[in-house]
Design a protein around this ligand. Sequence first.
Ligand SMILES: Cc1cc2nc3c(=O)[nH]c(=O)nc-3n(C[C@H](O)[C@H](O)[C@H](O)COP(=O)(O)OP(=O)(O)OC[C@H]3O[C@@H](n4cnc5c(N)ncnc54)[C@H](O)[C@@H]3O)c2cc1C
Length: 567
Amino acid sequence: VFVENVSQLNGLKFDFIVVGGGTAGNVIANRLTENPSVSVLVLEAGGSNADVLNIIVPFFNVKATPNTAQDWNFTTTPQVGLGNRAIAYPRGFVLGGSSSVNSMAYTRGSKDDYDRWAKVAGDSGWSWDNVIPYIRRNERFTPPPAANTTQTYDPAAHSLTGINSVRLPTFGRATDALVLNAAASLGQLNKDMNSGTPLGFGWIQQTVKNGSRSSSATSYLAPQFIGRPNLHVMLNTRVTRILKNGSGALQTVEFAQKAGGARFQITASKEVILSAGSIGTPSILLHSGIGDATELSQLGIPLVHNLPSVGKNLTDHPIVRVSWFVNSNTTFDDAERNATVAAEVFAQWNTTRTGLLSDSTSSQIGWLRLPESSPILRGVTDPSSGPLSPHIELIFADGISVSPPPTGHYLTISAAVVSPTSRGSLALNSTDPFAQPVINPNLLGSPVDVAIQRAAIRSAQNFIKAPAWAGYILAPFSLNDTASDEEVDAFSQTHASTLDHPVGTAAMSARGADYGVVDPDLIVKGLRGLRIVDASVFPFIPAAHTQAATYIVAERGADLIKASFGI
Ligand SMILES: Cc1cc2nc3c(=O)[nH]c(=O)nc-3n(C[C@H](O)[C@H](O)[C@H](O)COP(=O)(O)OP(=O)(O)OC[C@H]3O[C@@H](n4cnc5c(N)ncnc54)[C@H](O)[C@@H]3O)c2cc1C
């Protein structure tokens, strides 16, 4: 049930209040209200996801952010590793959160990623084997038609019965065979990168249903769920602080509906769940006086609970896009720069939900591991989570996204560091909860990350030398294949951006550890009544796009809450 205004809350009582109707928040709302006697209120800062074409049409994801009404429109601090550039830092400001604006890649990461979580959290419940039931609750996989013999996947790794739809791309591209043949010739084809062993090249899986985006808003809040009388969702409502209730538990939520507007309070009878994401969650904690005592006192925020790790450990994936001119006139560049072609592909999507616009801009990904003998790893602890995990990701696009030059056709390979060693931070410089926090992801902030970024670009340059590409690649567009290491590093510094995967700002650690923000059951250390369920609790970033891991944390988080209250 959507609550239109604050007065409608009068007389309503809630067992749980979920702060943020994003990727994780909507999972919690859905799972807790399976029990009709449990009442939940979701407070979401952004507006509705309905009828927003840039959200619904998969290919338009590149237009959903940055600098739109559905984006928080954050900017980072000047990034030392990026030549002091400050860059846009997109986050979904809309029901569904970042799952409503992301690029829809569905990648779980490796078995090692979850086993490392279990180890640092001291809780085997976070291990790969033990999160598989939660993967299955989340995923509703649509296999490709049997006649499609080129697309591979491992049926044993997928669930047909979950809530959030996942499928392979449906629009064939000229580059599909080129990527796969090149990978095959190198002996690096992976049948299904979501089986726990992602290394190699293969088909991307996407959160798409019948040619439209599947987000936590369209899936976990689908009509049969949002219609539950025990589930209330209020949009355009910014949570400003969490306060103690009469018994000292952090169960009272303060919110406002516009900057400088009236503040309201509402109390959950059982628990408050923070699901405001890796930027929103630590911001709310700090505004509530939960964080580093010295930093809070410098801001003049009264200390409620000294927890120095709040906002620290911000981890993200840097990415550099490299493009080449290609011998083709079927790339998607024309659909982005030629109004006639754009109208044609839109008409096809609009009538049949098929064609170019029914998928995201990529169809294949490669996950690569540095050789054990790599000089980059000499003398440093391997930053990956283990031998099954990549250090590098390559994402293939059959064109240049967003604004291609007026002529020419292109191939773009986005080369990312998926085992970053740099850690950044999230802090406040104002007591106004409507002011932007200070976001420093510290991208390419360590020599190891710069070296892995260089290796990632080199892998892309080497990959297109495989015989399968002969005659297709014409010439480098943005970076010469003959560039020296220094030139590659300079290119990274001027072109690197974010893969939009911030995590870890309210990280989980073992019970009793002298760092960390939440215990393995996701309850805030040393407090009662307050739990965190979103990507901010990841203790390490998985070598993957982060939505699948967020859904996994949320599905298990819901189970942990149910167990705590016997519901
Ligand atoms: C542009 C972009 C592309 C991406 N591409 C991919 C991809 O292809 N594949 C992939 O796996 N991952 C991708 N990601 C990352 C992935 O989407 C996120 O890791 C994941 O969605 C995070 O989920 P979350 O629940 O932690 O936060 P979110 O989904 O961001 O949810 C947080 C919610 O809380 C709300 N909120 C915040 N503060 C407040 C407040 N004070 N009061 C009330 N509400 C508040 C927000 O508006 C939002 O709705 C992408 C992200 C972005 C932004």
